[in-house]
Ligand binder design. Structure first.
Ligand SMILES: [Zn+2]
Length: 189
């Protein structure tokens, strides 16, 4: 492996150790030319099996590109997309398989995208799940609402638990039972 500092074509491994419970190997390397040290992390190559049967390396950039399309005009930053792609990779790697069907990569995108932006989620889900009728959208929206309500009520419970019993009624009275999602409404391109 070449040196990332001086591009010398060779480097020497000075230390190797397991990392992330054996899911990866970290190697400390030293450059014989400039003497600087750097670390590499070795993980099993993760391949995505396409519907055609062809395989290609898993790529966070491809995940981002696919999700970015669904996020067009939405207030979703590039940083948020990068975090999502990382979450997707972690979820896919957690299966422990060296090869995953492209379908599963799509599945792994759905949950973090739903938390990121509901409109983008609906767009992505409608394509990914091949919605063919308004009923498909209605069903998905109903599920989204159910998810929001359960998230909101568990948040309210968590808050209520920290409030003195005598304040609970006042607290409950000032809160709308279904608060709107806390997304900014204006997009900064
Ligand atoms: Zn060097």
């Amino acid at each position: 492996m070449h040196c990332p500092f001086c591009r010398h074509p060779d480097s020497r491994v000075v230390d190797s150790r397991e990392y992330d419970d054996g899911a990866a190997i970290r190697r400390r390397r030293s450059c014989p030319e400039c003497g600087r040290r750097f670390t590499t992390v070795e993980t099993p190559a993760l391949a995505v099996v396409k519907r055609s049967g062809a395989t290609e390396p898993f790529s966070r950039a491809k995940v981002v590109a696919g999700v970015r399309k669904a996020c067009s005009g939405r207030p979703v930053s590039e940083d948020a997309l990068a975090v999502l792609a990382q979450q997707v990779e972690e979820a896919v790697r957690a299966s422990g398989c060296a090869e995953v069907p492209a379908h599963e990569v799509g599945l792994a995108i759905l949950a973090p995208l739903r938390d990121l932006d509901e409109v983008a989620y609906m767009r992505f889900a409608s394509v990914y799940r091949s919605f063919s009728s308004l009923a498909d959208f209605e069903g998905e929206i109903a599920e989204l609402r159910a998810h929001q309500t359960s998230a909101a009520s568990s948040a309210a419970l968590a808050c209520a638990a920290e409030v003195e019993p005598s304040h609970v009624l006042k607290f409950a009275g000032t809160h709308d039972p279904a608060p709107p999602p806390v997304h900014a409404t204006t997009a900064a391109p």
